[in-house]
Design a protein around this ligand. Sequence first.
Ligand code: A3P
Length: 349
Amino acid sequence: MSSSPSAVPDYLGDEDLTQETRDLISSLPREKGWLVSQMYQFQGRWHTQALLQGLMECQKRFEAKDSDIILVTNPKSGTTWLKALVFALITRHKFPVSSGDHPLLVTNPHLLVPFLEGVYYESPDFDFSKLSFPRLMNTHIPLLSLPETVKSSSCKIVYCCRNPKDMFVSLWHFGKKLAPEETADYPIEKAVEAFCQGKFIGGPFWDHVLEYWYASLENPNKVLFVTYEELKKQTGDTIKRIAEFLGCGFIGEEEVSGIVKLCSFESFLGCGFVGEEEERGIVKLCSFESLSSLEVNREGKLPNGMETKAFFRKGDVGGWGDTLSESLAEKIDRTIEEKFQGSGLIFSR
Ligand code: A3P
């Protein structure tokens, strides 16, 4: 696979498409996108050509195992953070969080947790069966387009949702940083319009969120729904929920020592019970301040050429006010109200 000349990762580019993808996309609805030259509508969602190819390969080839953990997000909803947290959680016996040589101190979370459709596009020969147990992966694939075995197996899905205004603003700045020339002539008003019409990378965002939201209500053992905002406000408690969902709940130190012998669940996902100190260690290790100050996340690059610092901007809740005018924020709010009405999901204004 060739590398893009700019810092735009290959999977946002137009190159390296197989004949099969070219044939398929020739019959799909298309739109000129922000950041990408063309987006294609497949199974009701807008995708870049490269990620569509990755998605289709993933649908064909990915075999989920019951022990798999799949992190799902809309882009810019806290993927990097969630990857770091869950990686630290499930590997803490192998890599104690307090150790000075924890992998997260020297490796960007995106290199520790493979991005399914990105890997299927960029490195089609990557062998997912070689990942250590339990396998931890992430994706932006909509629920209805997930590979069949993800749905039919007992693998676990952790979905992280973010306030759409913050998500949009994060993506807006991400695109500008990655591809200043490609995005220069695209006004933010037009981008908000496209976002609210659902014609945006990965969109419509509301469908993505809602289908995982309802799946989490219908099948809470399969899908856990968390939000960026609750992770920010109550990181420890939210990690506890994730740990419990994955079968490795946190409990107090004393209980740990009492239960440890009985803890045959330890074999389940290999992550056992952990104490409060470990929980605090994970929160600290994965905090915005900690991760964003590491050399690997300030100076590093992913194999596709993307600078790792692009994944760390402000890490705030409600920071959209710096970028969106009142009328643009109002437009997104109206869309949110309309699309999420009756779902039980409420986003702060
Ligand atoms: P902002 O652009 O609002 O700062 P993703 O990882 O899905 O691409 O999302 C990126 C967003 O998550 C960015 O938001 C980034 O700053 C924020 N982020 C990255 N690491 C974080 C962390 N450890 N804690 C909180 N937010 C984090």
